[in-house]
Design a binder for this molecule. Structure first.
Ligand code: TRP
Length: 450
């Protein structure tokens, strides 16, 4: 079969660090910097954060290990990996490919906002700390008709250009500088934000859980956010794992990646929510939260403009290393399955995604009166269906697959590199994957999707 041929030609990461960087690059993105703080803000702050952290501990690590192992074992894309082990399961991967489509459609819109804010901060248009003016700047831009679409097109073109070139050393090299820089700049921002007068209210809001706020909808949102932020539930880590050589330590990668990702999400919360309170913004204003709040923080810093420009460059980089992983899931599948050229496939898929993003962008402005699911417009519908339904469902099926269908010995062999790598929590991990995770996801679904 043509699959065999593909296996031999398969590219591999340049080094062990290369994989960690790429996988962490996929995980760390707009999900951490933009989405997590605003989701925390709309879902009651500390309560959401607590549920989020519990889900990462219970599900995040286990599923990360499972996806990487499945990918490396089969050396195939999301659909191929399932189908190789059991013919009947290919459709689970297909769900993932569909989710990637939906996610990238709105992700590229937000990526466009980031590029616009990079331009705005470089030209000094954001040197304001007045909440109303900043809200006006954000609202004015995202609700306009053409420019946001143009910017999301630019974002897709850059994404495309990177996927085009393949999994090159370029991204690996850049990641080595950009990821630590992002870490440093977020820490600086968090320190500035937390020390603003009046910030303590926000710190409390972010870390002290108000248990009365924990409803099943909050839990579902947190669950969806964990999957989204860790790039889990749709075969992204399967695809990335498939480019891995046999000597990588899977348990270690499966722990480091969620740790880095969660650290950045929490830091980003500390950079944004305390400032929200210090400047008298509202925490539950939705997708604009980061864009409205951070310029106010920059305006209160020495060299604010330089910080702002640096920050948006790093956010853009983080967003790109995530968007390439989303596009890669779709491209890898089509290239593996039909043997089309990487280039042509990438261009075609990126164009379709760009077109699907247009309604998402318009739903922030002239199409804001169009509601699809409940009172959700295109943007929120894409997000809800992908993050809150498809990803957790993909995760649930992944658990059932790894826990009940995949041969346990083969799976353990893969994770421990044939016994070479120590994995002391092997049995705990298996118990989580076989029982705890699928049952937990199932209950959340049952209780919240009525
Ligand atoms: N995790 C990325 C972020 O936080 C987004 C992302 C990239 C993603 N690949 C994914 C989300 C796969 C779900 C599945 O921005």
């Amino acid at each position: 079969m043509s699959k065999e041929v593909q296996v031999k030609e398969r590219e591999q990461w340049g080094s062990k660090l290369g994989f960690i960087l790429a996988a962490a690059g996929s995980a760390v993105g707009l999900g951490n910097l933009w989405k997590f703080p605003y989701k925390a803000g709309t879902n009651g702050g500390g309560a959401f954060v607590l549920v989020y952290v519990i889900i990462v501990l219970l599900l995040g690590f286990s599923l990360m290990i499972a996806e990487i192992a499945l990918g490396r074992h089969t050396q195939l894309n999301a659909i191929g990996a399932y189908a190789k082990i059991s013919k009947k399961w290919g459709w689970v991967g297909a769900l993932g490919v569909f989710a990637a489509f939906l996610i990238l459609s709105f992700y590229s819109v937000v990526g466009g906002w980031v590029i616009n804010y990079l331009v705005k901060s470089a030209t000094g248009a954001l040197k304001v700390s007045d909440p109303e003016i900043l809200k006006g700047i954000f609202g004015g831009f995202v609700s306009s008709t053409t420019m946001p679409i143009v910017y999301s097109g630019i974002f897709m073109i850059i994404t495309l250009a990177i996927v085009f070139i393949g999994i090159g050393k370029g991204i690996e090299k850049a990641s080595k500088i950009m990821m630590p820089s992002l870490f440093v700049i977020i820490i600086i921002l968090a320190i500035r934000s937390v020390t603003l007068p009046g910030a303590m209210e926000g710190v409390k809001y972010f870390i002290i859980p108000d248990f009365s706020k924990i409803t099943m909808d909050v839990v579902l949102d947190a669950l969806g956010q964990v999957f989204f932020s860790l790039s889990l539930g749709m075969g992204c880590m399967i695809t990335y794992g498939s480019y891995l050589g046999k000597d990588t330590n899977i348990p270690k990668s499966g722990i480091i990646i969620p740790l880095i990702d969660t650290a950045i999400a929490l830091l980003s919360g500390f950079a944004i929510l305390p400032a929200v309170f210090a400047f008298g913004f509202k925490p539950d204003q939705g997708p604009g939260l980061m864009f409205v709040t951070l310029p106010a923080v920059f305006s209160k810093m020495p060299f604010g403009t330089i910080f702002a420009v640096l920050f948006f460059i790093l956010v853009l980089f983080a967003a790109l290393t995530s968007s390439i992983s989303l596009l890669e899931v779709v491209v890898a599948y089509i290239v593996d399955k039909w043997g089309f050229s990487r280039q042509k496939t990438s261009i075609f898929i990126a164009s379709v995604i760009f077109l699907m993003g247009i309604p998402a962008s318009l739903s922030q402005g002239i199409w804001s009166n169009i509601h699809l699911l409940g009172n959700r417009g295109f943007f929120d519908t894409y997000d809800f269906i992908s993050s809150n339904i498809l990803l957790p469902l993909g995760g649930l099926l992944l658990c059932v697959f790894v826990g009940w269908v995949w041969n346990r010995e083969v799976c353990t062999e893969e994770i421990t590199n044939g016994g070479e790598v120590k994995f002391r929590l092997k049995n705990v991990w298996f118990f989580l994957i076989k029982y705890v995770c699928p049952i937990a996801i199932f209950i959340v679904f049952l209780r919240s999707l009525r």
